[in-house]
Design a protein around this ligand. Structure first.
Ligand SMILES: [Cu+2]
Length: 498
């Protein structure tokens, strides 16, 4: 191991506005190959360059430089309230206004003059630890910044690679849990091989007082965070950040590179794209790559670059393959690929809506109903529209898209005397399941319906209001409050969520 890198100025220990002359300081590197020994460490050439920062999923253009430069990075910490899911708000602490923080792109050998600003409205002091920095604390000691202040420090990027940065102000876990992380790419001197599309995807786990999908502003739950019991696991700061209109895009015949990070604070990501094989994975964000990979591990506080060529059109699903996180905590995104069918490679139907449940399509209807509910009152029309999507994803597998069921196996919901007799009982069945025998329209069923324990009260209310509005059913409206009452009255079966 060659680790003998001597930077003469003690720049990481001081928190001051004057910048020691890092660029001019001699860099002594051990002889050897690779790592920080193989670089382009000449003095910065030309005028200082202002870094272009981007918000996920966008990535700045390649630096395109063949010589090291001084790069000025200005990053502002802002504390913002934003949705983490439909109808669920969270107070994020951000580098640059969004989670993950702004993407920073530099070249190995660059001298980075880093300015960290903390917005005057912030409640907390913050700092930054960049894993791309060689020096104690990765910049943290030099960048402690009170609200309304700015700090400055300078570092030379000795190692190429894709690095996480994060806040390291105590309590560190809490700052990271609130979204304080992002990626900095240090290109190799010759640049990375060109690709057609580059995207920035970063996973994070979040801990809220209310359970998954409980509406309203949700505070951070320290105890859940300590127990690593995540309420949400999401890409790019929110459930649904990359679905529907916001899906990543590519065309058949293009090469795609994803810069994937994991902010944690706790969980390791088993990053996978359903329907694609990674042609190359620069595992752990380093220099070497592995080929033909299905799922790559991304450590908390780590990264990977994954590359693939897209041969067939359709929707590809990005997940954390710890799969409950994808379907029940939010770790699901999409890449939509357009182009001519490649039937010799894949002949089949588009995204399977049964597999993906209500996540298959963008859900403005579900978002709308959630927003109305949070605002005070949700209209019957909004409930029906949301319930329709939820039904398609949750109930149609068994009861059919038309509510007809399957004779002898799944009872009908269309014109069901049993359903129409007692809406409260129907709500109880959805949350707790049902084990036969049960007689519907004169026919006996002796089967088992599992509890739909992923559904919250408002979702059950919307589904039932939809079901009752269709197929000659009674037309009653079921409210979230009514469902909540029923939940309070029933004993929850063991293992049921919520
Ligand atoms: Cu912080």
């Amino acid at each position: 191991m060659s680790t003998l890198i001597a930077l003469t100025a003690p720049l990481f220990l001081t928190s001051c506005a004057t910048t020691p002359d890092v660029a001019a300081a001699p860099v002594a590197v051990a002889t050897g190959t690779g790592g920080s020994a193989a670089g382009d460490f000449g003095p910065p050439v030309g005028e200082p360059i202002d870094a272009v920062l981007t918000q996920a999923p966008n990535v700045p253009d390649p630096t395109g430089r063949t010589e090291p430069a001084t790069v000025v990075v200005e990053l502002e910490v802002v504390e913002v309230v934003k949705p983490i899911s439909d109808g669920v708000d969270y107070t994020f602490w951000t580098f640059g206004g969004d989670v993950p923080g702004s993407f920073i792109r530099i070249r190995q050998g660059d001298t980075v003059e880093f300015h960290l600003q903390n917005h005057p409205d912030s409640k907390m002091p913050h700092n930054i630890d960049l894993h791309a920095v060689t020096g104690p604390g990765g910049g943290a000691a030099s960048s402690f910044t009170a609200p309304g202040h700015e700090s400055q420090f300078t570092f030379k990027a000795l190692n190429q690679g894709l690095y996480v940065y994060h806040c390291a102000t105590a309590p560190v876990g809490m700052h990271v849990a609130n979204g304080m992380y992002g990626l900095i790419l240090v290109e190799p001197p010759e640049g990375l091989p060109p690709v057609d599309r580059e995207y920035y995807v970063m996973q994070g786990d979040f801990y809220t007082v209310g359970p998954y999908h409980e509406k309203g502003l949700q505070p951070f739950d320290m105890q859940k965070a300590i127990e690593e019991n995540a309420t949400y696991v999401v890409f790019n700061g929110a459930e649904g950040s990359m679905v529907g209109d916001k899906a990543l895009k590519a065309e058949v015949g293009e090469t795609v590179r994803l810069y994937v990070g994991n902010g944690g604070p706790n969980l390791v990501s088993s990053f996978h794209v359903i329907g694609e094989i990674f042609d190359k994975v620069y595992y752990e964000g380093g220099t070497n790559y592995q080929e033909n990979v299905q799922t790559t591990l991304i450590p908390a506080g780590g990264s990977a670059m994954v590359e693939y060529y897209v041969e067939a059109p359709g929707t590809y699903i990005l997940v954390d393959h710890s799969i409950f996180r994808a379907f029940n905590k939010g770790a699901l995104g999409m890449m939509k690929v357009e182009g001519d069918d490649a039937l010799e490679i894949y002949s089949g139907k588009e995204v399977d809506s049964v597999y993906l449940a209500e996540k298959a399509e963008p859900n403005s209807a579900i978002a709308d109903a959630s927003a109305q509910l949070v605002a005070g009152e949700v209209s019957r029309d909004a409930q029906i529209a949301a319930g329709k999507s939820l039904y398609a994803g949750t109930c149609s597998t068994c009861h059919g898209g038309d509510g007809a069921g399957i004779a002898g196996v799944f009872p009908p919901l269309a014109g069901s005397d049993f359903l129409n007799e007692d809406p409260a009982r129907a709500a109880g069945i959805v949350m707790n399941g049902l084990s036969g025998p049960v007689t519907v329209n004169g026919k006996e069923f002796a089967s088992v319906m599992p509890p739909m324990s992923n559904l919250r009260d408002d979702e059950i209310a919307n589904i039932l209001t939809f079901v009752y509005s269709e197929w000659d059913n009674s037309g009653v409206t079921v409210t979230a409050a009514e469902v909540a009452d029923i939940r309070d009255q029933t004993d929850r079966p063991p293992g049921a969520a919520h």
